[in-house]
Design a protein around this ligand. Sequence first.
Ligand code: CUA
Length: 324
Amino acid sequence: MIFVCAGFAGCTSPQSALDPAGTEAETVATLFWVMLVGAILIWLAVIGLSVFATRIRPKAYGETAGLRLIVWGGCVFPVVVLTALLVWGLQMMPPMRAEANGPTIAVSGERFWWRVAYGVEGEPGVSKTLPEGGTPSANEIWLPAGQRTELLLGSPDVIHSLWVPSIAGKMDAIPGRVNRLVVEPTKPGVYNGVCAEFCGDAHAQMALRVVVVPADEYEAYVARQGAPASVETGNAGFRAFMQNGCDACHAVRGTGAAGEVGPDLTHLASRRTIAAATLPMSRDNLAEFIGFTHRVKPGVQMPSYGMLAEEEIAAIAGWLETLQ
Ligand code: CUA
């Protein structure tokens, strides 16, 4: 009983397929409960019959009883049940594959973070990679509630898998091709997502947040993310950011930092977390990540900047925190 209670304690959370906040997740949850109840009923029937046949009336059967049990219990019953489940499962699929009627967002799984681009347009090119353009962000995906948003998934390195259990099922992000996942979140809120395909050392720290908001709020958010940074560039923090080559990998639109290897930091401080949802966003955590990068997130591609003076790291973290 304790195990059952412990198991179900995880059902109500921002990362539970059994606490759905999206149309696809609701289908998955329904499927789970029907399968669970069905399996329990069949298990009880099998145990009941076993007890009846061996303990209660062991001598009550004629010579053909065994054959009848095999035909009806071993052939007819499974065929009927499995056919019913197959038909029921198949009729669930078309709604889950329905066309999008909302925005298109490109999501690229990269070791070990999520590159996000809002408002990309058109079909993927002949190269079969994600379409170019859009408003860049990282590790946090905003979605409009009540709309069917199309996520185009790709990867430049290895196979990753996007899984936001409260919203929808998993979809792989595979190098050299574009996978399509249409999601329809129904309840505004903040949900947790993870990388669900082992992709290297920091696989377990390749998470993300999904923020579901009303449609007008979504539009305003994307517009804010599309604007260049309005930030001081005459201070020690920005100088240290540029002098230490942070701009080789990171872009801060509007400042001259235009790296494309790592996450776009233009509105970094507007996100809830840093380092792909490894730490909550705060100045202290930014400093910690810059100074002890590989202690915070072993295996991450970013080099550690522990050789910098503490004041210099603090200045960079302080400047990054102003990137609202
Ligand atoms: Cu990316 Cu696991």
